[in-house]
Design a protein around this ligand. Structure first.
Ligand code: UT7
Length: 337
């Protein structure tokens, strides 16, 4: 394995990849199901289409495809990986889908596990993987954000179904003397968690004569959109501001704002708060909607492959969502050697 000296304390972002769900669903199609319109959805969210997995497309397939494309960009063999970390709230298997991804990739030397933190999952996973690399315990990690919220969306609830889509994105991370994670802040507030949930079903069943058990299963997504919106426009600028101050970085030096893709109005509000020109705000909401843990690596990969993000560029990233959970990271893209 190439890259770092035994005492390196940094992490470098070397490669990115992504994978799309098979079906494109338009606003017009949603209008056939619920009372909504293309005009309402586009003006309130910025979303025109979203991707929805076909019934035979598993979460682990999407995640493995994204991971494979990040490995290809990095020029790494799968068996050089020490860690496969899968951020998801929608595993194929509640015991974890990362091992299935590890097997599909042939990453036989890597430990693989899931991390669940809704739409903050990728950011939290990136930071988590970086800790293993910084301590010298590991050298190479593949961090994947993948979600299939289409399995849990209430397709008859117009207040939430228009927002979400499926997808996967990945980043190849390596221990390095040249640090690409300049700083981070991560936050949780479970006391406010009731505004966005994918809750377990509340029902029980007989187990024996004098015992009952709680049944497994989940209800569809429940969301108070206005409260989530207020949370996002309050906390995302605050956590970014705190991080920029801590790292002594001024907003003008940021090349790209790499935010969780939830609503174009949220992206614009954050950019305006820091007087960052709209042209520096990465956005692919129009085509994908909110793919939860996948949004940040998906839009990152698109921008890298479009040639927007160049080696050395400074990225201010923030993820936020259910939990409530949120955080920010200041990243420098290195790219493949
Ligand atoms: O990762 C985090 C995931 N969640 C989010 O990011 C959600 C953040 N919140 C939002 O993005 C916005 O709050 C929404 C897009 C969900 C809603 O936009 P809004 O501007 O906050 O609309 P609203 O909830 O205040 O609703 C305004 C009106 C209501 O009608 P009345 O009561 O004024 O007659 C809604 O019933 O719009 C109605 N409405 C719709 N109309 C047509 C709500 N959803 C729809 C719809 N089509 N899909």
């Amino acid at each position: 394995m190439a890259g770092a000296s035994p005492h390196s304390r940094g992490v470098a972002l070397i490669g990115s990849g992504s994978a799309q769900a098979a079906q494109v669903i338009t606003n017009h199609q949603l209008g056939q199901r619920v009372e909504t319109s293309d005009e309402w959805i586009r003006s309130r969210t910025g979303i025109s289409t979203r991707r929805v997995s076909s019934p035979d497309q598993r979460l682990s397939d999407l995640a493995a495809d994204a991971g494979r494309s990040a490995l290809e960009m990095a020029g790494w063999s799968a068996n050089s990986l020490d860690l496969v970390l899968l951020a998801t709230s929608t595993p194929d298997d509640l015991f974890g889908s990362a091992p299935a991804v590890q097997a599909a990739l042939g990453a036989s030397n890597a430990v693989a596990f899931d991390l669940t933190s809704a739409c903050s999952g990728f950011l939290f996973s990136l930071v988590t993987a970086a800790q293993y690399l910084r301590t010298g315990a590991m050298r190479r990690a593949l961090v994947i954000g993948a979600d299939q919220l289409s399995r849990f969306v209430d397709w008859d609830d117009r207040r939430s179904c228009v927002l979400f889509g499926d997808g996967a994105g990945a980043v190849a991370l390596e221990a390095s003397d040249d640090d690409g994670l300049l700083g981070f802040l991560v936050r949780s507030d479970g006391a406010r968690g009731g505004v966005l949930n994918l809750p377990a079903i509340d029902s029980d069943a007989p187990l024996a004569d004098d015992a009952r058990h709680r049944r497994g299963g989940y209800r569809p997504i429940e969301m108070n959109g206005q409260e989530v919106y207020k949370f996002a426009v309050r906390e995302v600028p605050a956590v970014l501001e705190c991080l920029l101050e801590r790292c002594a970085v001024s907003p003008e030096t940021i090349d790209w704002l790499l935010l969780h893709q939830a609503n174009q109005r949220i992206l614009d509000a954050v950019a305006d708060r820091f007087a960052i020109p709209r042209a520096k705000v990465l956005s692919n909401l129009a085509h994908y909607g909110n793919t939860s843990a996948a949004t940040i690596p998906l839009v990152l990969d698109e921008a890298v492959r479009d040639g927007k993000i160049q080696p050395g560029h400074l990225l201010a990233s923030s993820g936020f969502g259910a939990g409530l959970s949120w955080g920010a990271a200041l990243l420098r893209w290195q790219g493949p050697a």
